[in-house]
Design a protein. Structure first.
Length: 293
């Protein structure tokens, strides 16, 4: 799995030191123990469940609260496929995009205890449905996010405006173009795993922007320092109160919602599931105070 990292780093080095006419030594941010664990996680999951779900590939990326990439796996086997899915693949995130809808709603003045009605919704000719094809009536925003209720997410996006949701996602770190239409609430605009993990990082680090990076230092073969990553913080982009509310809601997803299998007993953790294309794409973005994956 480390070959995906090496390939990516080789592509990035000229961006930080310019064209090279000599060998260099690159120090990365990757933690070898986490990298080994990430590779095992992909392989073991595909070995266990890949055949039954018709899935042959997966990817994983983990960053810390500063944006340092601590582990990255671009696919099952680099020798068979050099395509780095963690960085280059763009897929619909499905419900894993909903936190940006809810954060926008909180910034509009709503709170986790705010009640909205889970009921049939129609916007023009579009009638979004819940996964279970049932409706629960009045629910809090916290419950709606934990259970990934589509109708409430669509109502909220309509309430705050799809353009506002897109602006929130871009502010948190999504670089890809997104269409500000009502279906944005259900994660229909494609993003990469690295982008989505980057955009969740402000929930984990207290509300601060990050820039994902994997190169810490570059030296010439004789030891001369050619590049060192600047360490200055990038500034607050989410109010601390909104971060706390988002963490409470996304923690509930692990306790009573769609991500119960990802709960870490004894560790404060949070996250969100997402599926799209009839389970062709299945996501989980999870985080603790020190790592987002």
């Amino acid at each position: 799995s480390a070959l995906y990292v090496a390939d990516w780093v080789a592509d990035l080095v000229p961006d930080v030191v310019g064209a090279l006419d000599q060998d260099v030594i690159v120090e990365t941010t990757v933690d070898s123990h986490l990298q080994d664990a990430a590779g095992r996680a992909i392989t073991e999951t595909l070995d266990k469940s890949g055949k039954s779900f018709g899935v042959s590939q997966g990817a994983l990326v983990a960053v810390d609260g500063t944006g340092a990439v601590r582990a990255m796996v671009g696919g099952r086997d680099y020798r068979k496929s050099q395509f780095n899915r963690a960085v280059e693949a763009k897929r619909q995130p499905g419900s894993a995009f909903k936190p940006f809808v809810y954060l926008t709603a909180l910034e509009f003045g709503l709170v986790p205890e705010t009640v909205r009605v889970d009921q049939p919704v129609r916007i023009g000719k579009w009638e979004p449905k819940n996964y279970e094809k049932t409706y629960r009536g009045p629910v809090t925003l916290q419950t709606a996010l934990a259970l990934s209720i589509n109708t409430v997410a669509v109502e909220l996006a309509n309430e705050v405006g799809p353009a506002g949701v897109v602006a929130t996602a871009h502010r948190l770190g999504i670089k890809s173009d997104m269409q500000p239409n009502p279906s944005i609430a259900l994660g229909t605009s494609e993003v990469s795993p690295l982008e989505l993990v980057t955009a969740y990082a402000p929930f984990a680090n207290g509300g601060f922007a990050i820039s994902p990076h994997v190169i810490a230092r570059v030296r010439s073969s004789d030891g001369k320092l050619l590049y060192a990553r600047p360490t200055q913080p990038m500034g607050r982009i989410v109010d601390a109160r909104c971060v706390a509310m988002m963490n409470a809601m996304l923690h509930e997803t692990l306790v009573s919602g769609t991500a119960r299998h990802a709960d870490l007993p004894g560790w404060p953790a949070a996250g969100k599931t997402g599926t799209s294309q009839d389970y062709r794409d299945a996501w989980f973005i999870g985080y603790t105070g020190t790592l987002v994956a």
